[in-house]
Design a binder for this molecule. Structure first.
Ligand code: OAD
Length: 239
């Protein structure tokens, strides 16, 4: 464990900052995490929901689950952790926020440069013609049909076994390659390739600062690991 002063110094001294966030940053907004106590995947079998096979088998069932998440997320607000990252972005010379979250709370908080490597629950994509759009309809008939070609529409998120959106991922790698600090917030760092960004940062000689309620597999390997809630710790890192 490291002190908050060490963490503040790392942020203050960095000119190029990359941030990797996970479900933990939205926990204080009321959105359940995937793993650990109260974790969402504890209540649902991921393989029943977040795979192309599951969607092919029962698109209505999968959509109902995503729509219930969308309804839940729509009621939530960004928290002090999301807002602190906006302030850090405003102060940094160079800044990229890479998020595994699909909830859109970084956008709503006001972050500008956000790379959503696992997609966005507020986007939909047609399996027929590929048409993608922002879709915030919480009352649409499920499963929704494409307005362009009447094809089957899926949530714009990355499912288990799928590759990440290539351009977004390559941008994330570039941001980590040139950063001098990677700030890792609220992720169990168990899902790859996302967690591999931490290895990449260490490989290129960037400092790594972790903020998490609990220890992770990376806690002993990073330069600074602060235990605590993102909504409480991140505001302390703003100069
Ligand atoms: P996890 O649920 O695996 O991990 C959440 C992390 O947040 C844990 O390490 C908790 O200790 C930490 N945490 C919980 N509350 C916190 C708080 N208030 N402040 C700080 N930390 C807190 O979520 P992710 O690591 O984001 O992928 O999961 C990664 C991916 O696994 C997700 O993007 C999703 C899932 O499968 C896809 O959907 C492709």
């Amino acid at each position: 464990m490291s002190s908050i002063d060490d963490a503040r110094r790392l942020v203050a001294e960095a000119s190029s900052i990359a941030v990797l966030t996970g479900a933990g940053i939205s926990a204080e907004s009321g959105i359940p995490t995937f793993r650990g106590a109260g974790g969402m995947w504890g209540n649902f079998r991921a393989e029943d929901l977040a795979t192309t096979e599951a969607f092919a088998r029962d698109p209505k069932f999968v959509w109902e689950w995503y729509q219930s998440r969308r309804v839940e997320i729509a009621r939530c607000e960004p928290n002090a952790g999301h807002r602190a990252l906006v302030a850090i972005e405003e102060q940094a010379d160079e800044f990229t926020l890479i998020t595994q979250n699909v909830d859109g709370l970084h956008d709503r908080a006001g972050s500008k440069r956000v790379l959503k490597i696992h997609g966005d629950i507020w986007m939909t994509r047609c399996l027929g013609c590929g048409y993608q759009r922002i879709n915030r309809d919480l009352e649409m008939e499920l499963p929704p049909k494409c307005g362009e070609c009447s094809g089957m529409v899926r949530p714009g998120v990355v499912w288990f076994g799928e590759t990440l959106p290539r351009i977004v991922w390559e941008e994330a790698e570039r941001a980590v390659n040139r950063c001098d600090l990677l700030l890792v917030v609220g992720t169990s760092a168990q899902v790859y390739p996302a967690a591999g960004l931490i290895d990449l940062a260490r490989h290129v000689g960037a400092s790594v600062l972790e903020v998490n309620l609990d220890a992770t597999a990376y806690s002993n390997a990073v330069d600074c690991s602060v235990r605590g809630k993102a909504a409480e710790v991140l505001p302390l890192l703003v100069a």
